[in-house]
Design a protein around this ligand. Structure first.
Ligand code: CP3
Length: 345
């Protein structure tokens, strides 16, 4: 495992191949997932360690990716605390009683992993006994989690979230502080159970201006990474639409910065710190293109990524879309693994 191409690249070391994994690699685009998944809430499936472990392994077997990502969801910790979150297929997380007032802070007590979500450590235990590649743990960052809790569901404008942020900054910061503590505890428990890297998903933070990011988000996110500093596993920080805030995201104490598809990787290189690795950033919709087009687009990303140094992990610029053909992902992994950094330049 110490020779893992993924872990080496996360540390900025040269690896035998360019490592590749895909955000949301487990899931609806796989027929074997749909066969296992059946009906019921995804939150119920996640609570079954044998099933969750099997779903985590499916993309590793099929694609030969260089890392597995735990089958879970960003709302699992707040749901386990009883906040009242469900995941509705085709929509996403939905909260019956959204966060609105100071009284709602009481619904976000400290997480006690071994009591509130013992199945997570159990699933990780099964996986590390089986896997030959590293297992990535993850959590939602405070802003993205707060947006679901405050909006009550997915949002385009983040109007309620921003209204709280601007209108009651004191309550906003207390909410972010609670979410940072819960997230840190959840991630530390995953590392204690055996995950070898962690990714913090701040999927919707690109909807903020750089100034708002600095004022309203950075302190809580930095708190999460600082709480992980002693664990010795690579920490990945990812968000979507982050071109204008990537420098601030990289100012956190992290080893890897995830880049969405809008930002050319050489440009990202100038925004992050020299020792940090980059991860990304093929547009997920490229998987819907005919193979020759996908190959050209992926080659361009590979060339850009490898030109930035050995600290490079190939990934998409956001999660795999459900309508993607698994055969395209298989071809893509082969292309990345066949890449010779000095050829094709
Ligand atoms: O590779 C993996 O699939 C790992 C597991 C994983 C899931 N969710 C499982 C899941 C990961 C890493 C996530 C993270 C997640 N969840 C994020 C951050 C990543 C991102 O895409 O930005 C976010 C924002 C969520 C919230 C969420 N959960 C959304 C928006 C959805 C999609 C709703 C839909 O049906 O369109 C979910 C549901 C979800 N989480 C699915 C899976 C496999 C699909 C639904 C299902 O199988 O029931």
């Amino acid at each position: 495992m110490t020779t893992s191409a993924f872990l080496r690249a996360c540390r900025g070391r040269r690896a035998s191949v360019v490592p590749v994994w895909f955000m949301r690699q487990a899931g609806r685009s796989l027929p074997e997932y749909r066969a296992l998944r059946r009906s019921g809430s995804i939150l119920e499936v996640i609570r079954q360690p044998d099933l969750a472990a099997e779903i985590t392994l499916q993309p590793v077997r099929r694609y030969g990716v260089d890392a597995a990502i735990l089958y879970s969801d960003i709302v699992v910790p707040v749901s386990a605390l009883g906040f009242g979150v469900d995941i509705v297929p085709g929509i996403g997380p939905v909260v019956a009683e959204p966060f609105a007032t100071e009284g709602d802070l009481g619904r976000l007590r400290d997480l006690v992993p071994e009591v509130d979500l013992p199945w997570v450590a159990e699933t990780i235990g099964i996986l590390i006994a089986e896997l030959e590649v590293p297992l990535i743990g993850f959590a939602g960052a405070p802003f993205t989690l707060a947006s679901y809790l405050v909006e009550g569901g997915p949002s385009r404008s983040f109007a309620r979230t921003k209204a709280l942020m601007y209108g009651n900054p004191d309550l906003w910061h207390r909410l972010m502080g609670r979410l940072a503590a819960i997230t840190s505890t959840a991630l530390r428990a995953q590392v204690d159970a055996g995950v070898q890297a962690v990714q913090l998903f701040d999927s919707w933070v690109g909807n903020l201006s750089p100034e708002d990011y600095r004022l309203y988000v950075a302190p809580a996110t930095e708190q999460v990474f600082a709480a992980m500093a002693d664990l010795g596993v690579p920490r990945i920080h990812f968000g979507v639409g982050t071109g204008e805030i990537l420098d601030q995201m990289a100012a956190c104490d992290v080893e890897v910065v995830g880049v969405d598809w809008r930002v050319p990787l050489p440009r990202a290189r100038t925004l992050v710190r020299p020792h940090q690795a980059l991860q990304g950033n093929l547009d997920p919709t490229a998987l819907l293109a005919p193979w020759p087009v996908l190959r050209t687009m992926a080659t361009s990303v590979l060339r850009a990524g490898t030109s930035t140094g050995p600290g490079y992990v190939f990934n998409l610029g956001h999660g795999v879309l459900p309508e993607s053909d698994p055969a395209q992902l298989e071809r893509l992994v082969d292309l990345v693994h066949g890449w010779e950094p000095d050829a094709g330049r």
